[in-house]
Design a protein around this ligand. Structure first.
Ligand code: GLV
Length: 305
């Protein structure tokens, strides 16, 4: 029997066309419906067995009694889990795609390299019309801490280590964080956003870093206490922050981060889901569902990632 799959969430505005073409090519034996199309199709909600979602508006997955898998196109599922109407017993899968991890590793590499060699400082000097060199350091002298050692954290580590950077990793498994912070000058955050990691990067966290350290946040804005970050930058304790993610996105005009000389910001693009490869990841999980095989990349609702 043909699998009937709901498409829910963000791409709806721009149209699911691009995704649909990729998904149909990866799984020709399925049929794909947005809510509007489902309504018009004459199918019943119980015909839907799975949903492929990208930050769907709260309530999008209600009223589907036969739903057996929610597959996210996003790596982070914090917004999805925040939906109180999410059916509690339906398995939920995150996007884990080596191409997405590779993109994340490129962004981390760019940030670490620019911080290590002081290229952001040279950018500032250009704007000021200043011709002025600073000391050049070796990668071997730079200690990087990667927070979160999932697929992306591992990819970042594997990208940085061959260049000579001294990379440490930390995950929330009871390993004390403070000694690692004291020995790190660049922190790359790739943690999932959970009740346990929300606000982790706060005044205490920054104070545990050596003076002149920098932060690279590629995970979620809510990991950071913004006022504490700004205070640490302004006090000169932190040198620079590279921020891809914010409490509110798009970052509202007028927020201090937009024009702060010690902040480099990106519009949440550190690693976009690549439809070309992610469609195959989705198809593999949907086939596993159909065939009664184990599902991949399942979220633990207790852990919240
Ligand atoms: C992007 O932030 C994602 O979670 O995929």
């Amino acid at each position: 029997m043909t699998m009937k799959i709901l498409l829910a969430g963000e791409p709806e505005a721009a149209g699911w066309a691009r995704w649909r073409a990729r998904l149909a090519a990866a799984l020709p034996e399925a049929e794909w419906y947005t809510r509007a199309e489902l309504g018009a199709s004459g199918l019943a909600p119980e015909d839907i067995v799975a949903a492929v979602v990208a930050s769907p508006p709260p309530g999008s997955l209600q009223g589907l009694p036969k739903l057996r898998l929610v597959q996210s196109l996003w790596a982070g599922v914090d917004r999805l889990l925040a939906d109180a109407t999410l059916p509690p017993d339906v398995p939920l899968a995150r996007m884990v795609d080596p191409m997405m991890s590779a993109a994340m590793a490129e962004t981390a590499l760019w940030a670490v390299l620019a911080l290590h060699r002081g290229f952001f400082a040279y950018q500032r000097r250009q704007r000021e019309g200043l011709w002025q060199a600073h000391a050049q350091r070796r990668a071997e002298e730079v200690r990087v801490l990667v927070l979160g050692l999932g697929a992306m954290g591992q990819a970042v580590r594997q990208r940085l280590e061959p260049l000579g950077y001294r990379v440490q990793g930390w995950r929330r498994d009871g390993t004390p964080l403070e000694p690692l912070l004291a020995a790190s000058e660049i922190v790359v955050n790739l943690l999932p956003l959970t009740p346990a990691t929300r606000g982790l990067l706060d005044a205490r966290f920054f104070a545990a870093l050596p003076p002149g350290a920098s932060i690279v946040n590629l995970a979620r804005g809510a990991h950071v206490v913004d006022a504490d970050l700004l205070a640490a930058l302004e006090a000169g304790h932190l040198r620079h922050a590279v921020l891809d993610v914010f409490h509110e996105e798009p970052l509202p005009a007028g927020r201090a981060f937009w024009r702060h000389p010690q902040v480099t910001l990106l519009p949440h693009v550190a690693a976009l889901t690549d439809a070309r490869s992610a469609a195959a990841v989705v198809a593999a999980n949907l086939r596993a569902l159909r065939d009664g095989m184990p599902l991949a990349h399942l979220v633990d609702r207790e852990r919240a990632y």
